[in-house]
Design a protein. Structure first.
Lengths: 155, 279, 738
């Protein structure tokens, strides 16, 4: 097998700012690029196969798992991470409702809940559950998360 | 590893001809797992998400022609009324995050027997349109899958689109998984009724080396259904239909379920889908 | 910030904004990435290891094998039997054989793939029945030949569950340039890691300093070492900071799991339902290395009969070595496996007697002063019957949670469109469980707290420093509440845990609030005493003083002087160790002993809908009642009850590490399924605060009981819905249909 070549350059917009990553290994995911190239560790690396939602970000306005986007695919696109998302109501509600324990799933849930409330300002329990089905939480049992989304919707 | 990023379809076909071993990537839901979890290292990767043509859909001689890069989310929103079966299947794909990225084109390219889009495409007798520098081929989905994660494409070909008729009648899709969301199919079943032609189409997922059709079940129930007076089929006919669907499967025991259970569940889903389509 | 208040977590704001730093988020200038070479065989002899090609690869700075371990080559929580890096043999699939450090993680992975290990493959021991006994715990309680009118028997099988904390095993080791190392790590017990690492690295403890990094859940998975020693070895070898962060598949082989087991039970009762005897054999597969298996089997055996009066018991608990993945601690710690068995038996017995299953349980429920099967008289509140009555008294849910549009989401199968109501039957089931809180069997259980009071920006501030691991459960906040309550100061800061303060013991056994809370209380009381002595010497008050709202007040609550004024530049600091009452070894022949410090009880009711034709399950509702003694932070207690129940649900209906011929077949979140938000139902809770006379504030450990009886209640409900005798968890669709 040939040596690992680090030769990709990625120019992208992260949280509204133009950013450039140089000498990227072509196999790096957007998640890795965000975390290790740009120091944005808010998007989490829990499964790296799209099964847990902990790395949820917006890519050109669409909610995606950053782990399933190849770094190079984000070139020329606009990425919004938990560090840059305007989700104050959701974030405060998560704190108040006790929806945070270890918190590893929380950044992804914040972004996913924000996306839901953009589409559906007053979601039902069913809509919340379907929208957040891709965000696994191992600590809370989810009840407080549903409460937090309702709380955020009420503001 | 080389990263290729064509911005036009013509460029993509040139690159594929020059790098036949390249792995195309669209939504990344398969390729990225391979990369992240070190299951394999392709010699090169070709990103298809810059190619605008792939994200468009339209009509072509009465058929819907849907670009390989149309996401599941868009299929549900934009085509759910015309392709209810495929939309139902799309809704069971992963999570919103996955449906925002994943594409039917990618599903076809991977050709996993568990691909959720495959059973409704089989039931609807869809076609896969593949391109190369040498030209265009339309391959019936029913001839597309040739083995586990293998298909009828040539090395220099890329999937441009799939073609499928707007639903000629009721369609259903049902999928068994061991949790209530975000689950890979233990097995799945799709059904289409075409009352005008008195035809029934089926598709079986995750219960054989490839997605399958239950041909004998289709033929049997086409004859049993009372298309004119719409009387419900007898319990015996429903039961036989289920048995024939189960018999068409070629399941194995694996971590997701046993072969015996898959056959059992297919029979149940086949009966239920028929009931839902008919009433 | 006082004991008993639902205070919000101070770490929640950075967590919701993505700025909280977890162990996988660490970086340092010049940092290298570690990767691990793992065994592809469950059992093999290592003939040779050739790392020359890997060492020569670009970007690679070190490749280490067992030969590079300077100190002890084996480690372990109870028995040092696990190699830091395998030598001579590999004993499980995925065992670490060599480690690599490189500039880029991909270079490290590729180099790991080029380490040539010549294996002589050996047949693995993969059936627990064939395994070498690691520990056999015997309980011989009462009449060993007791007979009863009604006898029920059963054999139950429990699958291997994974803790699956979302944060991967990860950390950063930074060499200090003087032969020592600083490790930033997510662990459940800093000091036991430090002790083991010092031995492995051949360094004095003060040269191996550990600082807690943010922990993405634990649940038992972080009790043993994973990448700690590897990162330190690589950092010391290369002189560079080294980060290791496991992938999810690697995590499945990087930590121990909940023991799978086979449990054979015989219950005998009088015709009126009074239990006469229980005979049981519990066989747990400990896998390749001991980890905490010896303590897990003790728990499984001591609590084998559940929270019931059993005058005569014959229990054999056996844990064995095999070549399966090593098993150890997971939330519930031995009391989960047995609860499935004893609760299934109670239901069977109720059927055989024609009794209501809840009434049978209430009739036999342990009460204060009763003797457990270990002979220990259980003191303090023992509200087993009350808990059962309470869960029964919650109104049952009527229909599905959702009605009309979207209703199908709440049917079995969820989003997958498997039923529109066909084949769906409802069932209700009950279960109760109990377990020990804190360490047992004479283990020296203690925690250390340093509490410091000083004036900061003109206001009194309390700093609390312990080594307690904040794994998400909220122990940092508990410490602040305890210090705030005891010292009457509003500004309380809990310092990050590290090894500059004494051991806190582990965040496990539901013990931290009790033990570290107790240590903080003791240190705070000592600081308080000194402050009041100072105040008395200066104020010469006529009555007793106390601290309230940052001031010294007299007996009538009248402020005498502000703390800030009283203290001036003074810093008052006290360090205390706290020990709960002593426990004792189990008698090796009879298992009779006061082996446990505290007991905690919970009961659950589950309501399920089962698609009886497809074997799919939707848990409709869980209801629970638990005595927590005193809820230090009610919001956090609710979080434990609900989250713990979700993990119980997972084992009941979906979570299983599938091992075939010693190889894990589903080491990923695609096929190891965790409950999603569509799987977990609403949880109704009744939290009792009955006050334990022996503990700080009367509290009881909270974290584990929710995980014990939740799953068995679900399985009971599935039995009720289907009429099938289910003797295995997780319950699979084929078990309900074929």
């Amino acid at each position: 097998m040939s040596a690992v070549v680090l030769d990709v350059r990625i120019e992208t917009t992260i949280n509204g700012e133009p950013r450039v990553a140089e000498d990227v290994w072509p196999g790096e995911s957007l998640l890795y690029v965000l975390r290790e190239r740009f120091g944005l560790y808010g998007s989490k690396n829990a499964c790296e196969q799209g099964e847990c939602g902990s790395c949820s970000v917006y890519l050109d306005g669409a909610l995606v798992c950053a782990c399933l986007v190849l770094g190079g695919q984000a070139g020329g696109r606009s990425v919004t991470t938990v560090e840059g998302v305007d989700a104050d109501a959701v974030q405060k509600a998560f704190v108040e409702a006790g929806a945070v324990q270890c918190g590893f799933c929380t950044p992804g849930l914040v972004v996913a809940a924000h996306e839901l409330l953009q589409r559906v300002p007053h979601p039902t329990d069913g809509e919340i559950r379907e929208a957040l089905a891709g965000n696994v939480c191992r600590c809370t049992g989810y009840g407080t998360i549903i409460a937090a989304v309702h709380m955020a919707a009420g503001r | 590893m080389e990263f290729l990023q064509p911005s036009t379809w013509a460029e993509a076909l040139d690159m594929k001809a020059a790098h036949p071993e390249t792995t195309p990537i669209a939504g990344g839901t398969d390729v990225m797992v391979e990369l992240n979890l070190d299951h394999g290292r392709p010699a090169s990767i070709m990103d298809l998400t810059r190619i605008k043509d792939l994200t468009e859909w339209g009509t072509d001689d009465g058929l819907l022609r849907i670009g390989a890069g149309v996401t599941y989310t868009r299929l549900i929103e934009e085509l759910g009324d015309r392709l209810p079966g495929l939309a139902m299947a799309s809704r069971t794909v992963g999570s919103p995050q996955i449906r925002n990225r994943g594409t039917v084109g990618g599903n076809l390219g991977t050709s996993s027997p568990a691909g959720d889009a495959h059973p409704p495409l089989l039931a609807a007798d869809a076609q896969v349109e593949v391109h190369s520098k040498a030209g265009v081929r339309r391959i019936p989905v029913r001839e597309f899958f040739t083995g586990p994660k293998k298909n009828a494409m040539l090395k220099d070909e890329l999937i441009a689109a799939f073609l499928v008729a707007p639903a000629p009648g009721p369609q259903q899709f049902s999928k068994v998984g061991t949790r209530n969301a975000m689950v890979i199919a233990v097995c799945s079943f799709a059904l289409e009724l075409d009352p005008a032609h008195r035809r029934v189409g089926t598709g079986i997922g995750s219960a054989g080396p490839t997605p399958l059709r239950a041909v004998q079940a289709e033929e049997f129930i086409q004859g049993e259904l009372e298309w004119e007076n719409r009387r419900p089929p007898s319990d015996a006919a429903m039961g036989r239909f289920g048995e024939l669907v189960a018999a068409a499967a070629k399941p194995i025991d694996d971590v997701r379920g046993s072969a015996a259970y898959r056959r059992h569940a297919l029979a149940v889903m086949a009966r239920r889908c028929l009931q839902w389509c008919w009433t | 910030m006082k004991v008993g208040e639902s205070v919000r977590r101070p770490d929640a704001p950075p967590k919701v904004r993505g700025t909280f730093v977890y162990s996988s988020d660490l970086r340092a200038e010049g940092m290298l990435w570690g990767a691990t070479v793992r065994s592809p065989h469950p059992h093999a002899r290592i003939r040779s290891i050739d790392a020359s090609e890997a060492r020569a690869m670009p970007g690679v700075h070190a490749v280490l094998t067992h030969e590079d371990v300077p100190g002890k080559k084996v480690y372990g929580l109870e028995i040092a039997d696990q190699p830091v890096l395998a030598f001579e043999f590999v004993r499980y699939w995925g065992e670490a054989v060599a480690v690599v450090a490189a500039d880029h993680p991909e270079q490290a992975r590729r180099a790991a793939g080029k380490v040539r290990v010549d294996y002589e493959v050996l047949p693995p021991v993969t059936r627990a029945e064939d395994g070498k006994v690691l520990r056999h715990v015997k309980i011989r309680h009462g009449d060993q030949s007791a007979r009863a009118d009604v006898v029920v028997k059963g054999e139950y099988e429990i699958g291997m569950q994974d803790q699956a904390p979302l944060g991967p095993e990860s950390g950063l080791a930074i060499p200090d340039g003087e032969g020592g190392v600083d490790l930033h790590i997510a662990t459940q017990w800093l000091h036991v890691d430090q002790q083991q690492l010092a031995g492995i690295l051949g360094l004095p403890k003060e040269k191996v300093r550990l600082t807690m990094a943010g922990i993405g859940g634990a649940f038992g998975a972080r009790e043993d070492l994973s990448m700690q020693a590897h990162a330190c070895l690589l950092a010391l070898k290369t002189g560079r900071p080294v980060k290791i962060s496991y992938s999810r598949p690697e995590s499945f082989v990087g930590h121990v799991h909940r023991h799978p087991g086979t449990l054979s039970y015989e219950h005998g009762a009088n015709r009126d339902g009074t239990l006469v005897y229980v005979r049981a054999r519990i066989l747990l597969d400990g896998g390749a290395y001991a980890s905490s298996s010896t303590a897990v089997i003790a728990n499984a055996t001591c609590f084998a009969c559940g929270p019931y009066r059993v005058p005569n018991a014959t229990i054999d608990g056996i844990v064995v070595y095999s070549n399966n993945p090593p098993c150890g601690a997971m939330r519930g710690f031995g009391s989960v496996q047995n609860c499935y068995a004893h609760e299934a038996q109670m239901d069977k017995l109720a059927t055989a007697l024609g009794m209501d299953p809840v009434e049978l349980r209430i009739k036999n429920a342990l009460e204060t002063g009763d003797r457990a099967i270990t002979g220990q008289a259980i003191d303090g509140p023992v509200p087993v019957a009350e808990l059962l009555r309470r869960v029964r008294s919650f109104p049952l849910p009527l229909g599905e949670e959702g009605e009309g549009e979207g209703r199908e989401l709440f049917l079995p199968g969820g989003v997958s469109n498997t039923t529109h109501g066909e084949g769906v039957k409802r069932g209700v089931g009950y279960a109760a469980g109990f377990k020990n809180i804190g360490y047992s069997e004479g283990f020296d259980d203690y925690s250390t707290a340093r509490v410091r009071l000083f004036v900061h920006h003109g206001k009194p501030r309390v700093e609390v420093h312990t080594a307690a691991a904040e794994v998400g459960q909220g122990v940092a906040l508990v410490q602040a509440q305890v210090a705030g309550s005891e010292l009457g100061v509003t500004d309380v800061v809990v310092l990050n845990a590290d090894t500059r303060v004494g051991s806190a013991g582990s965040s496990s056994a539901s013990r931290q609030t009790y033990i570290t809370g107790g240590a903080v209380k003791a240190a705070s009381e000592a600081v308080c005493r000194r402050v009041l002595d100072l105040a008395e010497s200066e104020l010469h008050p006529g009555s007793e003083l106390r601290i309230e709202n940052d001031s010294i007040v007299d007996a009538g609550g009248k402020p005498m002087v502000s703390l800030a004024t009283l203290l001036g530049d003074a810093v008052i600091e006290e360090t205390r160790e706290f020990r709960p009452r002593k426990t004792h070894h189990l008698d090796p022949d009879t298992g009779q002993s006061d082996a446990h410090m505290q007991f905690a009880f919970a009961a659950h009711r589950a309501v399920v809908d089962v698609d009886t034709e497809l074997g799919l399950v939707k848990v409709v509702e869980l209801a629970t009642a638990q005595d927590v003694g005193k809820a230090i932070n009610p919001l956090a207690v609710q979080g434990q009850l609900e989250g713990g129940a979700a993990q119980g649900l997972g084992l009941a209906v979906m979570e299983e590490i599938q091992v075939k011929d010693g190889v894990i077949k589903n080491a990923s979140f695609t096929d190891y399924l965790l409950p999603t938000i569509l799987d977990m139902p609403p949880v109704k809770m009744d939290i009792l605060e009955l006050g334990d006379p022996n503990s700080p504030y009367g509290l009881k450990g909270v974290g584990e009981p929710p995980t014990i009886s939740s799953g068995p209640a679900i399985v009971a409900a599935i039995r009720a819905a289907t009429g099938r005798a289910i003797d295995r968890v997780p319950v699979r669709p084929q078990d309900l249909t074929l």
